[in-house]
Design a binder for this molecule. Structure first.
Ligand code: FES
Ligand SMILES: [Fe+2]
Length: 415
């Protein structure tokens, strides 16, 4: 349970709030690289309750600017993309990728351009994603997660939006307890996508262990099975919105990144990567189940359907638990059911340990950011080695040592 003030600190991302300022200290995945064609249409991007526009010049460089033209506020998303400049169609003012005004046809004295320079933001591209730093000053070290080192052949970034506050989306990612319940149809399936996942079914009180890390939290959930192996899931949480979700070694690795669009809308990234084979040959079935073709907003085609098509008749007939086909849409249905949860009225149990630690971690980092301390700790983080686990391990395994061993294996692969 939180106080009303704590709930507000963690959920209100409006300009000027501590959460808004904290998010602006991070690299944010904003849109897919492929969504920006050189010389093509600029794209509107809303992040942290503010409106931006992104474009790719003919030279391939990406510009990321405030959407409103600095002259009189017309949307630059309507602008002309030519000569590596975005030109407002109202009075023809032009801006380069750094946001410097380079031409003002309505002014005799072009030196006036100097007054409106520096309207752009720093961008990086990696893993098929355009990342932006929206804060002031120098950005932190880039979050060079493993997939950011691969080309599109080996990494598949997919984005979608839902109508829920960002925090409850992140909380869902950290909540191992719901997997065997909300996602029962998937975990109970004899052909479940992962070896071991069936063991989650009916095993809803795993042993949780949480560890604080420089980047955020490492969360272990261990399910005993009565056989000679236990089922271990390890989630790596990178504050504020990233959670690496466990997959087996045979599968593609997987990360979900939640970004606040505004207080009741989230952008969510679902990114798979596999260094060993072409990613499109090793994408797990559930990654695409029921989603449409667009990797820029793959849930859109399902969002006109009430309750994501929850099938009451099938629920009554005992054929399904949630009534909703698809793991991702089960999560969305739950998250969107209350746009901003009132956390002053909860009853948190032992199954909510990761949620409690997540909130505590975020509140502390937001406080640090407000105090001018290093809330990101990027210099202490080896982002490349992060990957979650979903493994059968012999009973009695030291799960911390096992997880660290896996991490060391990955680090050695980078050398
Ligand atoms: S509003 Fe953009 S040039 Fe005038
Ligand atoms: Fe889920």
């Amino acid at each position: 349970m939180l106080t009303a003030e704590q709930n507000s600190i963690l959920t209100d991302v409006s300009p000027g709030t501590p959460l808004h300022n904290y998010w602006k200290k991070h690299w944010i995945p904003a849109l897919r690289s492929e969504a920006l064609r050189a010389g093509g249409a600029p794209q509107k991007v809303e992040l942290l309750c503010e409106k931006y526009v992104a474009f790719r010049g003919h030279d391939g460089s990406v510009g990321f600017l405030l959407e409103a033209c600095p002259h009189r506020g017309v949307s630059l998303a309507l602008g002309r993309n030519e000569n590596n400049r975005l030109t407002c169609i109202f009075h023809g003012w032009s801006f380069d990728a750094q946001g410097n005004c380079t031409r003002m046809p309505t002014e005799k004295d072009q030196s006036f351009c100097q007054k409106v320079k520096g309207q752009g933001f720093k961008v990086r591209e990696g893993g098929g994603v355009v990342w932006v730093f929206l804060g002031d000053g120098e950005p932190p070290k880039f979050t060079d997660f493993a997939f950011t080192h691969f080309t599109r052949d080996h990494t598949r970034p997919r984005a979608s939006y839902n109508e829920a506050n960002w925090l409850q989306n992140v909380e869902t990612l950290m909540d191992s307890a719901h997997i065997g319940l909300l996602h029962h149809d998937t975990t109970a399936d004899a052909n479940a996508p992962q070896a071991g996942l069936q063991l989650v079914t009916g095993n809803d009180t795993p042993k949780y262990t949480l560890e604080q890390r420089p980047y955020g939290l490492r969360s272990y959930s261990l399910r005993t099975t009565g056989a000679e192996k236990d089922y271990l899931r390890v989630t790596e949480y990178v504050a504020p919105g990233t959670a690496f979700i466990g997959t087996t070694d045979a599968e593609a690795a997987f990360v979900i990144i939640v970004v606040p669009v505004n207080n009741t809308r989230s952008l969510q990234w679902y990114i798979y990567w596999d260094s060993r084979q072409l990613i499109d040959n090793n994408l797990p079935d559930f990654a695409l189940m029921g989603t449409d073709e667009s990797d820029d907003n793959f849930a859109a085609s399902r969002q006109g359907t009430p309750n994501y098509g929850q099938d009451r008749a099938a629920m009554e007939a005992g054929e399904t638990w949630s009534g909703v086909p698809g793991v991702i849409f089960e999560d969305y249905l739950v998250a969107e059911s209350i746009p901003i949860v009132d956390r002053t009225r909860e009853f948190l149990g032992s199954g909510d340990l990761a949620i409690v630690r997540l909130r505590r971690e975020l509140l502390e980092r937001i406080r640090q950011a407000e105090a001018g301390e290093d809330a990101v700790k990027s210099q202490e983080c080896d982002y490349r080695a992060l990957r979650a686990l979903a493994e059968m391990v012999p009973v009695g395994t030291n799960i911390q040592d096992f997880t660290e061993g896996k991490r060391q294996e990955r680090i050695s692969q980078f050398k």
